[in-house]
Ligand binder design. Structure first.
Ligand code: SF4
Length: 372
């Protein structure tokens, strides 16, 4: 059967049916509709005001590639300036190749690029070193927990270095639905309460963040990249198979097969979620070490680095976090004020970082792509 005529231009042959609406469109009309929807998301949510200097979290993967390409096309209408910021987590055989893709995109799109590395920001720790430290005798299952928290901070630091006023990340609707599912499965009311909406306004001195692709399905992101002939890096991170996110992704696929609207339903349910006062997380204070937003004595990044530096990497994960809090209470003020001699003071220095709210824990996005 020949392809139908494009429902939009009524001239070209349709090249696809939109996964959600079933509308038959040619490639050019689909890309125009996709860009218009992202523009609508940004304008309706007032995510990026005119004059904003926007740090685009760039990983070389499909989501951040599509995000950067769409925002570059929309930049004149939005009156924004773009700057790519990439994070080098120090994952051998993976991130080096992905960064090569980012460099090539930056060159061909004539966008400035800044790369920040975990090793420089976090006292020499790379993800390869974290994996060795957390693995014990087997494979580490907690790499993404560390990586998600540290990358959020690294991106904030990179964005500040380039003078950005806003941060955007490439999370799509499937990423967000997976995160909602993961938070439900863990019973994490605090993250569920924080996870809705299209971004965060920038509490506690942190830069405002948003996710302009949050309502775009992963299938359409891939289709857009295909029709715009975008080249991106698609290899999976070597630590991804161990991530809890993979289970949420499988579950989501099953749900979507039974109910095609499951992805967006989950995204919208998180936006509308309202917790009774007793279930709401306490208002965050500040980290006693770096000044970032924190609901406990140490923010999540400082707590994770503290555990690594003490040779007890699980100290800040799950129930171990309770033990860390008790130790900190017993120890009194932070290590800086205790001088040398304390366990923390003898460990590698944890560099001071600007205030950053830390939220999504195990990555904010797909394993294998960027999880900011
Ligand atoms: Fe980091 Fe993603 Fe790799 Fe996990 S899968 S270690 S979050 S890059």
């Amino acid at each position: 059967m020949p392809a139908p005529t494009c429902a939009s231009c009524q001239a070209a042959r349709a090249a696809l049916r939109r996964p959600r609406s079933g509308q038959a469109l040619c490639g050019a009309c689909f890309c125009a509709a996709f860009e218009a929807e992202v523009l609508h998301t940004v304008q309706r949510g007032r995510l990026l005001p005119p004059g904003a200097v926007v740090a685009v979290g760039a990983s070389g993967g499909k989501d951040s590639t599509v995000l950067a390409h769409v925002l570059r096309a929309l930049a004149p209408r939005l009156d924004i300036t773009l700057h790519l910021v990439a994070v080098d987590e120090g994952i051998s055989g993976y991130r080096d190749a992905a960064l090569a893709a980012v460099r090539s995109q930056a060159a061909s799109w004539e966008l400035p690029l800044t790369i920040v590395a975990y090793a420089d920001l976090f006292g020499g720790w790379t993800m390869d070193a974290v994996a060795r430290s957390t693995a014990g005798s087997g494979r580490s299952r907690s790499c993404c927990t560390f990586c998600g928290v540290l990358r959020r901070r690294a991106l904030e630091e990179g964005a500040r270095r380039v003078g950005a006023t806003h941060i955007v990340t490439g999370h799509n609707a499937d990423d967000m639905a997976e995160t909602v599912l993961m938070n439900f499965l863990r019973g994490d009311a605090g993250r569920l309460a924080r996870g809705g909406g299209l971004g965060s306004a920038g509490e506690g001195g942190a830069l405002p963040r948003c996710r302009p692709l949050q309502l775009a399905s992963q299938k359409e992101v891939v289709l857009y990249a295909h029709f715009r002939r975008l080249r991106y890096f698609s290899r999976e991170c070597s630590f991804a198979p161990e991530a809890f996110r993979g289970h949420a992704r499988q579950l989501l696929k099953l749900l979507e097969a039974a109910r095609p609207s499951a992805v967006l339903d989950l995204v919208h349910s998180a936006e509308r979620l309202a917790l009774v006062p007793a279930a709401r997380p306490p208002r965050p204070g500040t980290c006693s070490r770096c000044g970032a937003l924190a609901s406990r004595a140490l923010c999540q990044a400082c707590a994770l680095l503290d555990g690594l530096n003490r040779g007890r990497p699980r100290l800040a994960i799950g129930k171990g976090r309770r033990g860390l809090d008790e130790e900190l209470e017993d120890a009194g003020p932070g290590p800086e004020s205790r001088g040398s001699g304390s366990a923390a003071a003898e460990s590698k220095a944890i560099p001071a970082a600007p205030p950053v709210p830390l939220g999504t824990g195990e990555g904010g996005g797909r394993a294998g792509a960027w999880e900011l």
